[in-house]
Ligand binder design. Structure first.
Ligand SMILES: NC(=O)CC[C@H](N)C(=O)O
Length: 186
């Protein structure tokens, strides 16, 4: 099994460290020719979705990756990665891959609560650590999308077929629950 990690910007190194811990092979996607390699799953890290979206377009990788996601490539999108996958925003008009039927609020916790840590349930696992950094959350999920985590009445993790997203950063804690859930899709 080989995972491709989008490494244009943001917290990709931390995802790679998690994959190393789990003894899973990976490589980085930085330019179009990296997409020639075959992979079994894709990680879209946290960071700045606007910057990542712009680079994906400029480097001409958007269409190719979108097609692979639509053809059921398992993908894990964390924070900005979730924004890249969302089909709809409640406070923005731009979309990126737009493959996941969710409505996302960007920077949803505002300035004061911009970053915080808590614990919550993810799928069948209870009490996992969650770190939120200027995070988005989902205001609605559509068409067969399943909420995997709800914190303070907000949906902060969800799954639609092969696509798993989290508002929080599972790569910044020592907890492997979310990565394991993603790898189990492969
Ligand atoms: N930690 C993060 O990934 C923050 C996401 C950021 N608010 C964005 O819009 O991309």
């Amino acid at each position: 099994m080989t995972i491709a990690v989008l490494a244009l910007q943001g917290a990709f190194l931390e995802h790679e460290q998690m994959l190393e811990r789990l003894e899973v092979d990976y490589f980085e996607i930085r330019k179009k020719s990296d997409l020639k390699r075959s992979f079994d799953g894709l990680i879209l890290p946290g960071g700045e979705s606007t910057a990542m979206g712009k680079l994906l377009q400029e480097l001409k990788m958007m269409d190719d990756l979108k097609e692979q996601i639509e053809q059921d490539m398992p993908v894990l999108g964390t924070c900005a990665g979730m924004i890249l996958l969302a089909k709809e925003f409640s406070n923005d008009a731009n979309t990126y891959f737009a493959t996941m039927p969710i409505c996302v609020r960007r920077n949803a916790y505002g300035r004061q609560l911009g970053s915080f840590e808590t614990r919550g349930t993810f799928a069948d696992s209870t009490d996992i650590p969650m770190i939120f950094i200027r995070a988005p959350y989902m205001e609605a999920v559509y068409e067969g999308t399943r909420a995997l985590s709800v914190v303070n009445e907000k949906i902060v993790a969800a799954q639609y077929k092969n696509q798993v997203v989290t508002s929080f950063h599972p790569e910044l804690t020592g907890d492997i629950t979310v990565h394991q859930h993603f790898l189990n899709l492969i």
